[in-house]
Design a protein around this ligand. Structure first.
Ligand SMILES: [Cu+2]
Length: 440
């Protein structure tokens, strides 16, 4: 048995060396040995076969030694930074795998809580870390990655798994968990735009240039960060997610382009992007708004609930692939986050590195003073802040900024396509745009 394993290792190594001449060999083989050594511990074999582990080790490590790819317009230094994040993330996973059985204990530091939990403490920590990375320029490098993945990480089965990797990379850089923003708690408000999250304590103002809160006066490649909340689309309806998404068991049932609109997780996420609008409404530039990652932490939370249900139903989430033929979206394609294979975003080991605080439930509602239990409906509702006094002005300025930056004209690619509009939103934001104008 042992001999067989060694033989397989030797064969896969030989194959690898043949097809990837650019690799720096010595480094690689040592890492490969470490990788298989960790994964081949008997306690790890229940989730995947030994062969599966070897395959994953090979897949994983090939790109780490790669030097031939360049994404976007990154400088050598920026590429070096991205690669260092990937290496660090990968090594952390490697080292944590031995503890997998005990994963519900202290070995996981990536515990993602709702932003309003502990009266906002998880968010404050995140915001502070983001500000630090913004200052050093590193946040912008990470945000820029998203511009390069518009066609390969959206509109298809790569959506959930790619963004899972993306969250992981930023989290590695931050050194603290990315809290999730459960916008369904705002959705059940009478006026979601009045939520406490659009105040200086959380995301800062929602209308116009962001001039309050931790992200105040953030600059982006297309001008100051701005928003125009409640403009289009919709926040998340938890009831709909549970009924139409979490009742499904296959990736193809909840992913573009095979899912029905009402079960499409990407669609629900698009609606929130459009609702926040401004940079968040644009596919390329959305990650320059740090709200992006709190939204995606929530999307990933739903994905994790889905993933666990798959396991319960006897489906292996790591191999539940959808074939669509879209370029860059096959499980084996190299992710646009250099150094990862797409399928890796669906892997067990990645999932085991993260934990989510359960979604809010009545009557406790995360024990936060920034939400409360509506006993009549049995839902947790976000607290409202004082109504906006300068919303109209903010909307006007946001419209001007959208024009000036070119966002309004679609200069930077498509807005997030939405599948439904909350009747309460103003619905005056994005004019219908000709499909063919945005071909990728
Ligand atoms: Cu995205």
């Amino acid at each position: 048995m042992k001999a067989m394993v060694y033989l397989q290792v030797a064969v896969s190594l030989a194959l690898t060396f043949q097809s990837h001449a650019w690799m720096n060999g010595g480094d690689f083989s040592k890492q490969f040995e470490e990788c298989t050594g960790v994964y081949n511990k008997p306690s790890d074999v229940n989730a995947l076969s030994m062969r599966g582990y070897e395959k994953q080790c090979t897949d994983l490590l090939i790109p780490l030694g790669s030097s031939h790819q360049r994404i976007g317009n990154f400088t050598d230094d920026q590429m070096g930074y991205i690669k260092s994040l990937i290496r660090k993330s990968f090594m952390e996973m490697l080292n944590n795998m031995g503890n997998r059985v005990k994963r519900n204990t202290k070995s996981v530091w990536r515990v993602r809580e709702e932003v309003r939990s502990r009266n906002g403490a998880p968010f404050q920590r995140y915001a502070e870390a983001v500000r630090r990375l913004k200052k050093s320029g590193e946040y912008d490098v990470i945000a820029q990655i998203h511009i390069t993945v518009v066609p390969t990480a959206h509109f298809g089965p790569n959506f959930l798994r790619w963004h899972r990797l993306y969250l992981f990379i930023l989290e590695t850089a931050l050194g603290c968990p990315i809290p999730y923003w459960d916008s369904s708690e705002d959705y059940v408000m009478k006026k979601p735009q009045d939520s406490v999250v659009w105040t200086p304590k959380y995301f800062g103002n929602g209308y116009g240039p962001v001039v309050t809160g931790p992200f105040a006066n953030f600059q982006t490649p297309i001008g100051p960060l701005f928003r125009k909340i409640n403009a289009d689309g919709s926040l998340m309806d938890r009831h709909a997610i549970i009924k139409y998404v979490l009742s499904k068991r296959r990736m193809g049932d909840i992913s573009s382009p095979t899912a029905k609109p009402i079960s499409n997780m990407e669609g629900y996420h698009n609606n929130v992007h459009a609702w926040i609008n401004g940079l968040m409404g644009n596919l390329g530039y959305s990650a320059y708004d740090p709200v992006f990652f709190c939204l995606h932490s929530m999307i990933d939370n739903v994905y994790e609930i889905f993933r666990r249900q798959q396991v319960k139903a006897g489906i292996n989430p790591a191999t539940d692939f959808v074939k669509t033929g879209q370029k860059g979206q096959s499980p084996g394609d190299l992710s646009q986050i250099n150094g990862f294979i797409n399928s890796y975003g669906q892997s067990h080991k990645l999932a085991f590195q993260v934990q989510y605080q359960p979604l809010s439930q009545c009557p406790v509602c995360h024990g936060s003073k920034h939400k409360y239990c509506d006993n009549y409906r049995g839902v947790c509702v976000s607290r409202a802040a004082a109504p906006h006094t300068n919303a109209m002005e903010g909307i006007l300025i946001a419209d001007l900024m959208a024009k000036k930056s070119g966002l309004a004209e679609g200069a930077f690619g498509a807005p997030f396509p939405i599948f439904s509009v909350d009747p309460r939103t103003r619905g005056d934001a994005v004019q219908p745009i000709e499909e063919k104008k945005y071909k990728y």
